[in-house]
Structures are given as structure tokens and as C-alpha cells.
Design a protein around this ligand. Structure first.
Ligand code: 5GP
Length: 188
């Protein structure tokens, strides 16, 4: 997606350890006009899939996911990173966080992810694919079906994309970063 690539080159910042900071338009301050266009692009790429629900993970996936849900007129459910005491029919799994370098339990209520659901998962970044694999696990527990996974930014040098595609999952990433060596952003 050309507009997104230009914005990453203009406003993205590299940090040691292969981290790309996009907090002036995606991760902290958000650009809703760009987010809307991102959502339209996801919808276009997955238009051949029959989807009835958008799933994401808090916090940064929520903004693009709600835009997609709004345009498609579909419900959006986000996986939580803290177990609420009051959640009914909880499904949970453990995910390793790349940016925080720690494990945490993620959960979703089986009330909102059921065997009738054909989901599109949306997130901001795909790195090693740990968060995405957590979603795969939760969806398997629920009996729902993953129709596709859409990421705003995929860091191709961290291999999560290969792992998901090898599992047969349809993955669409709107900007693919080939490397961040020497703090230079190389976009495919
Ligand atoms: P993964 O689980 O694929 O290794 O990492 C995905 C999650 O880690 C994303 O949901 C995102 O929050 C975070 N993440 C991974 N790499 C980056 C990065 O380079 N920059 C930012 N801002 N977040 C990242």
C-alpha cells in the first residue's frame, strides 16, 4: 500500500533489536484518515472470503480492526491481555511478547468466538508471529475458522509471516519491511 509505505519512510523510526517505531501515526498518536484507508485496503484484499467477525488483540490492533468492522458492518472482538475476573466461558493461552520480552496470558470469551464464526484477524505488526499463533490457538479452542490475517506492517526478517503461510493461513500485510539494518528502513 503505497500511501502507508511513504508514511513509514517519512515518519517511522528504527530502534536497536529490529524495532520500528510508528507511534506518531499508528501506535500512540493515530491518523484516522490513514487508518480508514488501511481498513479499505484490508477489505479489498479479503473480499473473496466470507467473514462474519473481526478479531484483534489489544491494544494497537483495535483501531484498524474497528475501522474494518465499521465499514463491513461486522462485530469486532478484541483478545484481552489481562484476565478479567468476570469473564464468562474464558478461553486462554500463553503468548510471548516480542517488544516486552515476557510471557503473558491472553483470553477471550467463548460467548464471542464460537463455532459459527469465520474470522478476519487484524493487527498492527507481524514480527515472529507469537501473537498470531496465540490467536490460532484460541480460534482452535473455540471451533471458529480463520479466513485470513491482515497486518499493517510485516517485518519479513523476523519470519512470523513464513510460519503462518506455511500453516496454510492467508496472510496479507500492507507494508513489508525487508530489513532495518543500520537503522535504515528497507521496504519491499
Ligand atoms: P509477534 O508476536 O509477531 O512477534 O509480534 C507482534 C506484536 O508485537 C504486535 O502486536 C506488536 O504490538 C508488537 N511488535 C512487534 N514488532 C514491533 C515493532 O517493530 N514495533 C512495534 N511498535 N511493535 C511491534
Amino acid at each position: 500500500m503505497e500511501l502507508l509505505k511513504q508514511r513509514i519512510l517519512q515518519d517511522g523510526r528504527c530502534y536497536p533489536g529490529g524495532i520500528l517505531k510508528v507511534d506518531s501515526f499508528i501506535n500512540h498518536q493515530m491518523d484516522p484518515m490513514l487508518m480508514y484507508k488501511i481498513a479499505e485496503e484490508f477489505i479489498c484484499r479479503f473480499q473473496d472470503r466470507k467473514i462474519n467477525k473481526i478479531v484483534t488483540i489489544e491494544a494497537s490492533g483495535i483501531a484498524p480492526a474497528i475501522m474494518v468492522g465499521y465499514i463491513m458492518q461486522l462485530p469486532v472482538v478484541f483478545v484481552k491481555k489481562k484476565k478479567p475476573k468476570t469473564m464468562e466461558n474464558m478461553l486462554s493461552t500463553v503468548v510471548h511478547s516480542f517488544t516486552k520480552d515476557r510471557d503473558y496470558t491472553v483470553c477471550i470469551s467463548n460467548n464471542f468466538l464460537t463455532p459459527d464464526d469465520h474470522i478476519l484477524f487484524i493487527d498492527d505488526f507481524l514480527a515472529y508471529g507469537n501473537a498470531a499463533m496465540g490467536i490460532v490457538e484460541l480460534v482452535e479452542q473455540s471451533g471458529a475458522v480463520i479466513e485470513g490475517m491482515g497486518f499493517i506492517i510485516e517485518k519479513a526478517f523476523q519470519d512470523g509471516g513464513n510460519m503462518l503461510r506455511e500453516k496454510g493461513i492467508r496472510v496479507e500485510s500492507l507494508a513489508i519491511i525487508d530489513n532495518l539494518d543500520d537503522c535504515k528502513i528497507t521496504i519491499r
